[in-house]
Design a binder for this molecule. Structure first.
Ligand SMILES: C[S@@+](CC[C@H](N)C(=O)[O-])C[C@H]1O[C@@H](n2cnc3c(N)ncnc32)[C@H](O)[C@@H]1O
Length: 208
């Protein structure tokens, strides 16, 4: 999954992953995130979850590779963000949401500030197996000690469907977050394309 893949998806409007409303599992479990946190949302697209988290009183910092998606998030809400450059990224801010347009792997702690919480929906499962260890390492490197995250994964037989979204099982998730507490909050039958292969969607709390 190189950058061109995602640029083409957004250019062609092939964004079936975009829900257009707050994610049901997030709505159910957002209370797991400490109140008024600074929440990092990696690989955020233009998810409504960003505005939802901000409306709950969090400071939201999303990172999205494709700048048109970032611009779309604000434009669709009639917002004109303040724009600047931070490090290797373009920064957009309005209404309690900061979105950094660029490569997540180029984001530094200086770019995002102190991060107490994170939310991963369609981020770790958007990445192929070879990128996932580096993704979680980089994510953990941006978090304050004892940060809490809500992570949503999909489990299915990878031989039955190509990702993204990829299958990320419990053992893999626990290995990535070794040393942290990983607790299952909820599981349900997945919808969308993954439903055809009997995927299970799981929502986890990760702490530390
Ligand atoms: C499956 S989508 C999920 C978007 C969002 N989390 C949601 O729930 O709608 C994955 C997103 O990650 C972005 N992405 C992929 N690689 C990235 C990278 N290296 N840095 C930042 N964003 C990336 C893609 O452009 C895409 O918008």
């Amino acid at each position: 999954m190189d950058h061109a893949f995602w640029h083409e998806r957004w250019r062609d409007g092939r964004i079936a992953f975009h829900e257009g409303q707050p994610n049901a599992l997030l709505s159910r479990h957002a209370g797991e995130l400490p109140a008024k946190s600074r929440v990092l949302v990696p690989l955020c697209g233009k998810a409504a979850d960003l505005a939802y988290l901000a409306a709950l009183g969090h400071e939201v910092v999303g990172v999205e590779l494709v700048e048109s998606a970032v611009r779309g998030f604000f434009a669709e809400r009639g917002l004109t963000p303040v724009e600047s450059t931070v490090g290797a990224l373009r920064r957009f801010e309005a209404d309690g949401v900061v979105l950094l347009a660029g490569d997540f792997f180029a984001v530094t702690t200086a770019d995002v500030g102190r991060i107490d919480a994170f939310y991963d929906r369609a981020a770790i499962i958007a990445l192929p197996p070879d990128l996932r260890p580096a993704y979680v390492r980089h994510l953990r490197g941006l978090l304050a000690p004892a940060a809490v995250g809500v992570v949503i994964t999909l489990q299915y037989d990878q031989t039955r469907m190509d990702g993204p979204p990829f299958a990320v099982g419990e053992a893999e998730l626990r290995a990535h977050f070794a040393g942290a507490q990983v607790e299952l909050l909820h599981e349900r039958v997945a919808g969308g394309r993954a439903a055809e292969v009997g995927a299970i969607e799981r929502c986890w709390r990760v702490r530390g």
